[in-house]
Ligand binder design. Structure first.
Ligand code: AP5
Length: 213
């Protein structure tokens, strides 16, 4: 399975990428997680990406293409992959096609998660993650058993620094300007799979799986 997940912020890419990669026993690459981990570790990548992320802007293409190239060089692409958060611009999509070609792979399915904007804002403003183990929660849709505590490790639950209302609006605008054109890009190649991203994670997963398996 060689799949990329497209969709606006909060459309469920991360949630579904984890499920798909487990079910298909495929490599999962989530650029947002890679960047947040680099920020926490204070690496050069993290220091250069942090400002863009906090402002809801895209990290420059050259940085992101270099990051994915490095990850693909380390991994066995042949056994399949699920990419979440990359590509996000036409330049990234073109670079990905070239990189995969070098590794004997290609994008088989570009899954677009379609979620209405009011639902996106509700999802992102209620999202929390464990500061220690990074397990994900939602105040309304998947709350922890004890308020503000991680069910798995007891760590404190925190809000992502880019999940405030102003930055959410900026991320949505950036998505519309820079990433939405990829829908046409993959539609022209005949590999775009549109999936309704609402109705709960199990239902969405079943809809994706029926299109890519
Ligand atoms: P990134 O982390 O990729 O953020 P994003 O695209 O804005 O997506 P999110 O992680 O916010 O949402 P998601 O679609 O994964 O939804 P999730 O499953 O979490 O990127 C962050 C930043 O990094 C970017 O702004 C940019 O600065 C930088 N960056 C990353 N990649 C880059 C690139 N390629 N180029 C340049 N810059 C890059 O779900 C959201 C919430 O909804 C959760 O609480 C979840 O529990 C809940 N939920 C999920 N599915 C459902 C459902 N079906 N029903 C109800 N609730 C649901």
């Amino acid at each position: 399975m060689q799949v990329i997940l497209l969709g606006p912020p909060g459309s469920g890419k991360g949630t579904q990428a984890a499920r798909l990669a487990t079910q298909a026993k495929a490599l999962r690459l989530t650029t947002g997680e890679l960047l947040r981990s680099a920020v926490r570790d204070g690496t050069q990548l993290g220091r250069s990406a942090e400002g863009y992320m906090n402002r809801g802007e895209l990290v420059p293409d050259a940085v992101m293409i270099g990051l994915i190239q490095e990850q693909l060089n380390r991994a066995a692409v042949g056994s399949g992959f699920v990419l979440d958060g990359f590509p996000r611009t036409t330049a990234q999509a073109e670079a990905l096609a070239t990189m995969l070609c070098q590794h004997g792979g290609r994008v088989e399915h570009a899954v677009l998660l379609d979620v209405p904007e009011p639902e996106i804002v509700a999802r992102l403003s209620g999202r929390r993650e464990c500061a220690a183990c990074h397990a994900g929660y939602h105040l309304r849709f998947s709350p922890p058993q004890v308020v503000d505590k991680c069910d798995q490790c007891g760590g404190a639950l925190i809000q992502r620094s880019d999940d405030n209302e102003a930055t959410i609006r900026k991320r949505l605008a950036v998505y519309a300007a820079a990433t939405a054109p990829l829908v046409d890009f993959y539609e022209r190649q005949g590999i775009l799979r549109r999936v309704a991203g609402v109705g709960g994670p199990d239902l969405v997963f079943a809809a994706i799986w029926s299109q890519v398996s």
